[in-house]
Design a protein. Structure first.
Length: 174
């Protein structure tokens, strides 16, 4: 899905100026999937309480994907309310994506994202409309694992090295 950058807001209080979205996008594309990339999914429980869990994520064609077992708290939360955040530390930038996560079941996308995971060292394979592997993170639950795509409408970034800065980016579907 193509997203159009609608607005960049400078959040930096030290005068460094706004960060370009290209910096965050380059970090996303070069930083995933890697086992050492810290990535946390935030969801909302049906009673309104927050929930966070580490996930293994991947970037493909400008979209961000992650896996989760159907019985996990995060999957059950997303089934009721797809609103979520994805917080991650990438090379030179902390990034938070806000949007909605929806399950992906089309075979071409499953195949491509599974290949990305395999290239990173996780031996994921497509099994019907989900992914399987000999192992996964404890927080993923038992296989099969559903694949989710996050459609983000807002992102926040903080530069961790020169040039420093902080920005909020807003997007719409192109």
């Amino acid at each position: 899905m193509t997203r159009q950058l609608d607005e960049t807001v400078d959040l930096d209080i030290y005068g460094a100026g706004p960060l370009p979205w290209s910096r965050a996008l380059d970090a996303l594309r070069s930083g995933w999937p890697r086992m050492e990339t810290a990535c946390f999914l935030g969801t909302v429980r049906p009673d309104g309480r927050p929930h966070a869990a580490a996930v293994g994520a991947a970037e493909y064609d400008g979209d961000v994907y992650f896996t989760s077992g159907p019985g996990t708290r995060k999957s059950r939360n997303l089934a009721v309310n797809p609103a979520c955040t994805l917080s991650l530390r990438l090379d030179g930038i902390d990034l938070v994506l806000e949007g909605e996560a929806r399950r992906v079941t089309d075979t071409p996308t499953l195949d491509r994202v599974a290949a990305l995971y395999r290239d990173s060292g996780w031996p994921a394979e497509v099994d019907g409309d989900a992914l399987t592997a000999p192992y996964s993170a404890q927080s993923a639950g038992p296989p099969p694992w559903h694949l989710y795509r996050i459609t983000f409408h807002t992102a926040f970034g903080v530069g961790l090295r020169e040039p420093h800065g902080a920005s909020r980016w807003s997007f719409s579907d192109a």
